[in-house]
Write a protein that binds this ligand. Structure first.
Ligand code: DAH
Length: 353
């Protein structure tokens, strides 16, 4: 019996050493086989148990089992170690830096002009900077929406004309392409507890007759503030700050009442056309003014739809038309340029990052 115990001890130290030295999974499998396989060393010992007295059998059996357990632990931990090693080596050797021009292409690449950021995205990023500096977060939502988030929860009654097929692209399976980024208001309010401030930039879609001032696909930035006390004065201050930051000077604005089902009161904030300085041109439809910022205080029905008590919470919201804003910034006279993929248009806005 003592021989067997000694043998187990020797096997243990041999196995430990072998496992430590193993450098791949095959080696580990081989070791496992060498000890616990049909012809394995430990198996051989177990086979001898039958020749021992019951007391001896119990002692040797315990030692053998303890060894088996250690063996499994050592094999597993070495396997994990080897896998981690493999992954870290892979990260070293297979790391791909997509921003590096391979030397063999450098000569060719130097003769090419590099791409740059689309003017809408340039302005979007600038706005994101302005808003995050005022404590807003950036929110996102799906472009393919359901009726509830795009209309229902925003207090559009079932017979509201904006639900009409003429304005909205519907999918065959009952969804729609969001017609405005106001849908993100609902998504955010469903998932985040107020007080909150967010802006949600993104692409929106309308079933429109395309002309110089209408596109079927365009960009908006929805903004929303929800807190215990929010006033029209807060909203106007925000809008003024925003416009003067974007244009780098004070812009002349005017406020008109405007109807949107999800705000009460609702406003249209117009700015004096910067393309013609208010004297009238095709961009402002010869009125001298451009609607850029519809806004208002969030309707109590909208707050209630997302489970907020309108007696406790108030909100302000606005929907910035990004295309129009960019048109004002750069004196662009036709909205269709943005999506036309024309390099001679895009190359006039050569901001790279
Ligand atoms: N969602 C509106 C649209 O696309 C714009 C809008 C109006 C957004 C008023 C607002 C708002 O947040 O308060 O026509």
């Amino acid at each position: 019996m003592a021989d067997l115990i000694a043998e187990i001890a020797t096997l243990e130290s041999q196995a430990y050493e072998a496992i430590r030295q193993a450098h791949d999974m095959e080696a580990l499998a081989r070791i496992s086989q060498e000890y616990t396989g049909k012809k394995g060393a430990l198996t051989a010992i177990l086979k001898k148990l039958g020749t021992l007295s019951p007391e001896e059998r119990s002692v040797v059996g315990k030692a053998a089992n303890a060894f088996k357990e250690k063996l499994t632990t050592w094999l597993n931990s070495r396997e994990k170690e080897l896998e981690e090693l493999r992954l870290s080596q892979l990260a070293e050797t297979e790391f791909l830096d997509l921003s590096v021009t391979p030397p063999e292409f450098a000569a060719v690449a130097s003769g090419l002009s590099s791409g740059h950021i689309h003017p809408i995205v340039q302005t979007q990023r600038r706005l994101e900077q302005i808003f995050t500096s005022m404590g807003f977060s950036i929110a996102d939502g799906p472009q393919i929406e359901d009726d509830y988030h795009n209309f229902g929860a925003l207090n559009f009654t079932d017979d509201h004309p904006a639900r009409d097929m003429q304005d909205t692209f519907y999918t065959k399976n009952g969804y729609l392409l969001r017609t405005h980024t106001s849908s993100v208001q609902i998504r955010v309010l469903e998932s985040t507890k107020p007080p909150l401030r967010i802006v949600a930039p993104g692409r929106v879609f309308r079933y429109e007759e395309v002309d110089a001032s209408h596109e079927h696909t365009f960009y908006q930035m929805e903004g929303m503030v929800v807190d215990r006390k929010v006033s029209v004065a807060n909203l106007l201050h925000l809008m003024q700050t925003l416009l003067s930051e974007v244009f780098g000077r004070t812009v002349t604005t005017r406020l008109r009442p405007g109807y949107f089902p999800f705000v009460e009161p609702g406003f249209e904030l117009d700015m004096q056309c910067l393309v013609c300085n208010g004297s009238g041109c095709p961009v402002c439809k010869h009125s001298g003014w451009v609607e850029v910022l519809p806004c208002g205080l969030i309707h109590p029905n909208v707050l209630a739809a997302v489970g907020l008590d309108p007696r406790e919470w108030q909100g302000a919201a606005f929907g910035l038309g990004l295309n129009r804003l960019v048109m004002m910034q750069h004196g662009i006279e036709d909205i269709r340029h943005f999506m036309a993929g024309k390099l001679d248009f895009l190359e006039q806005f050569p901001v790279i990052a």
